[in-house]
Design a protein around this ligand. Structure first.
Ligand code: URP
Ligand code: ZN
Ligand code: ZN
Length: 457
């Protein structure tokens, strides 16, 4: 059925204007004033609303065996939560461990998502070891349309690669025209610091941050950039959390290293005092890199606003209270991760755009357009233009609400952002022209989401 969105104010990364949008066969076919539609068309009145391109979360975990358990969401719950929050495409980390076969892992991750996601998706393929079969396997995965890799410089002996494997991955990625995303922390130092703290009887969640201090992330970021510089590969730092790591990334950008930077919503809004709360309340806020000293938040907002931080994702990774309690005797056993897929857009709009920390076009750029460009989805996704997929978010900037576990759709028994105000929310969200969210509720088709195949650069 054709769709007409009337009277909205379209806001993209570089334009803002009033116009109607007409959609046929999943695609935007006309943008203009006073557009007419046949009687068969579905009509959405967007008077007083903003119309954004569907938002893209470039960093989520849904199926994730990790730290002796599994992240809580399914692709159905995560994608419905994503859509209610305005995210129409997510990029999931496909994360077989270094003890698994990479190609088998890729097929497993694909099978978990296929037919279950209500919005579109693709994967970053993790390279967690580099052995005899790796080159051929990764080439096959790239041929299947997955044109971004992921490496972990942390999580030794599980996801982590050593410097030799990092080098081999980057050389191959450059040959294949693939961008490499990286978790940048020094694994060796983390292990030593964890052992020292535990030996001193320091076992609670408040010791997670001191076990992976800012300097450890800065070292990882600088090392990743140095490897990019010397291989000519293109890279992307995920979930950058603090000023020293940002400085390392900016220095690399200035000397011409092909490097982009992602930060994630928890690091803009939550600080390390959340993880210092006693008991399980602290554990709920354990993620890596850890929540930092509050002084970093202003630095991150400024860098985002002027484009030194390129994108904002979530690192969505829900573990419930019982799972967090796996770490009740030692912070090293607390499953790392905080959910966020449902709240990213509203929190970024509220604390960024509404509070004057973020230009509205940079908001769209960082949460939609730049992820689309960096990961081979533009202009299919990430903008509102004739020929683009009709992934549209009709946004009510007058809405006022509060983030709460009581109303969330993520499959978890708490929210990391409990009680935070939101000054705006999507009222209608479409995926390739089909209304999936109406009046803030999921009304759509489960399993509608498609795996997005991408071309190498
Ligand atoms: O704490 C986090 N970030 N958990 C998920 C795994 C990762 O490092 O991205
Ligand atoms: Zn990570
Ligand atoms: Zn992650």
């Amino acid at each position: 059925m054709p769709l007409l969105i009337k009277n909205g104010e379209i806001v993209t990364a570089d334009a803002r204007y009033n116009a109607d949008i007409y959609v046929e066969d999943e695609t935007i076919t006309r943008i203009g004033n006073n557009l007419e539609a046949p009687p068969t068309a579905e009509v959405i009145d967007a008077t007083g609303k903003l119309v954004f391109p569907g938002f893209i979360d470039p960093h989520v975990h849904i199926y994730l065996p990790f730290m002796a358990t599994f992240a809580k969401d399914t692709h159905e719950t995560a994608s419905i939560a994503a859509l209610i929050g305005g995210t129409t495409t997510y990029i999931e980390m496909c994360c077989p461990s270094r003890h698994d076969d990479a190609l088998e892992g890729y097929h497993l991750w694909k099978s978990k998502a296929e037919g279950h996601s209500a919005c579109d998706y693709t994967f970053h393929m993790s390279v967690t070891k580099f052995g005899d079969k790796t080159t051929d396997q990764l080439k096959a995965i790239v041929r299947d349309g997955i044109t971004s890799f992921k490496v972990f410089l942390a999580y030794k002996d599980f996801f982590g690669v050593d410097d030799g494997e990092l080098y081999q991955t980057l050389v191959l990625a450059r040959q294949l025209g693939v961008i490499v995303t990286a978790h940048c922390e020094n694994a060796e130092l983390i292990g030593r610091l964890q052992d020292d703290l535990l030996a001193q009887g320091k076992r609670g969640p408040e010791w997670h941050e001191p076990s992976r201090p800012e300097s450890v992330e800065a070292e990882g970021t600088n090392r990743f950039a140095t490897f990019l510089e010397n291989t000519g590969a293109t890279g992307y730092v995920v979930h950058l959390s603090c000023e020293p790591a940002l400085d390392a990334a900016i220095r690399a950008k200035r000397r011409g290293v092909k490097l982009s930077v992602e930060s994630v919503i928890p690091h803009f809004l939550l600080d390390k005092t959340y993880a210092e709360r006693p008991g399980v309340e602290g554990m709920k806020h354990v993620m890596s890199p850890p929540l930092r000293d509050k002084r970093n938040q202003g630095v991150l907002w400024d860098a985002l606003n002027i484009g030194l931080i390129d994108t904002v994702g979530t690192d969505h990774c829900p573990f419930d209270t019982d799972q967090k309690l796996l770490g009740k005797d030692a912070f090293t056993q607390i499953p790392n991760g905080i959910p966020g897929i449902e709240d990213r857009v509203n929190l970024l709009y509220t604390f960024g755009v509404k509070r004057g920390n973020l230009d509205i076009h940079r908001f769209v750029d960082a949460a939609s357009t730049t992820p689309a460009k960096l990961f081979g989805l533009f202009p299919r996704k990430g903008t509102i233009a004739v020929g683009s997929d009709a992934d549209l978010v009709v946004y009510d900037p007058a809405y006022q609400g509060v983030v709460s576990v009581k109303t969330q759709h993520v499959n978890n028994d708490y929210s990391g952002f409990e009680g935070m105000p939101i000054d705006g929310r999507p009222v209608c969200v479409t995926v390739r022209g089909k209304v999936q969210v109406k009046d803030g509720e999921f009304v759509g088709e489960r399993g509608r989401g498609r795996l997005l195949k991408r071309d190498p650069a």
